[in-house]
Write a protein that binds this ligand. Structure first.
Ligand code: MN
Ligand code: ZN
Length: 317
């Protein structure tokens, strides 16, 4: 795993972590000048929520990913409810990606614009994200299109649309993100894949997924190949090399990648040809615009013995 701040000397508000069987990645939403709302700040929120998720899992207080997230949101809310205005729409919040491995099954969760990418044995990678945050943001900010930045009209309209966006946060008509309300966990995109159909997985913050979209430096298959051959730190270095000095893209963002490969012990006897995995799109009818909700259902057969091997490199400060 690797993580880099968007700007040297500024605190990294992403968090990556793992314990036996669970990897988590969080991207703290950087709403500036909110010290009056929360004395702790965004980096504290993302790292405390992430480490509480790992702790809940390790203590086996919850085994389902949504339950782990809900319990951790509740626990962290309790830690600053008395000192901070946690119900304010701009109190610290975070996008979340999780992968757990249990009983020969890989479980994944994505909330807001964090990514889970599953490297499969025979098809293109399966990319899971929750598209609602991006869509609601685009809709809410649309009135700014065509206005000149810095003009009084721009500032007036910006105040209006920001208020609109705040009002759609953690609401049925908007998008969901980890904040003070454990109900957000029930809104996350989740799914399972038989472990023997997955080679590897990656968790990404939106600062890292830019390599594919919008920059188009790699497609998802090449992205996973680069992680396989050179690892997360080299990938983030390449991202920054591309971004430095550019003026036409979005502002630099914290960028984080966790990558794990499943190493299977060699089996005796000749290799058995495998049926290709069948990909099914299992979009929930309950949730509108829930982004990509993909699940793999695939070739039957006995799962191979597996060890979950997450090559953990030092986190780059
Ligand atoms: Mn980000
Ligand atoms: Zn606080």
């Amino acid at each position: 795993m690797a993580s880099r701040p968007g700007h040297a000397g500024r605190i990294n508000e992403d968090f990556v972590g793992a314990t036996t069987g669970l990897a988590v990645l969080l991207d703290g939403a950087g709403i500036p000048n909110t010290e009056a709302i929360c004395v702790h700040g965004v980096a504290w929120y993302a790292s405390t929520l992430g480490s509480t998720m790992l702790s809940c899992w390790a203590r086996r207080e919850a085994v389902d990913l949504r339950a782990v997230l809900a319990r951790a949101i509740e626990e962290v809310a309790g830690r600053h409810r008395n000192t901070c205005d946690i119900a304010d729409p701009s109190s610290p919040q975070a996008t979340v990606a999780m992968v757990a491995v249990q009983d020969q099954t890989l479980h994944y969760l994505a909330l807001a614009d964090a990514f889970v990418v599953l490297g499969t044995r025979s098809t293109d990678p399966v990319v899971v994200t929750d598209g609602r945050e991006v869509q609601v943001r685009r809709e809410s900010l649309a009135p700014l299109n065509g206005l000149t930045t810095g003009t009084p009209e721009y500032r007036r309209m910006r105040a209006i649309v920001i208020e609109e966006l705040r009002g759609r946060r953690n609401q049925a008509s908007g998008y969901w993100i980890a904040k003070d309300d454990p109900a957000a966990a029930a809104e996350a995109v989740t799914g399972t894949v038989p472990l023997d159909e997955v080679d590897s997985f990656a968790l990404l913050s939106d600062g890292a997924s830019r390599v594919v979209d919008p920059y188009g430096l790699l497609d998802w298959r090449a992205f996973m190949q680069v992680l396989h051959s050179t690892g997360p730190r080299a990938l983030l270095r390449r991202l920054r090399q591309y971004e430095v000095g550019r003026t036409d893209g979005p502002p630099l963002d914290d960028a984080s990648v966790t990558f794990a490969e499943f190493r299977r012990p060699p089996r005796g006897g000749p290799a058995v040809p495998r049926q290709p995995a069948e990909r099914t799109c299992a979009a929930s009818s309950r949730r509108r615009d829930a982004g990509a909700v993909l699940a793999l259902r695939g070739a039957s057969g006995l799962p191979a013995p597996l060890c979950w091997s997450a090559p953990i490199a030092a986190v780059t400060p």
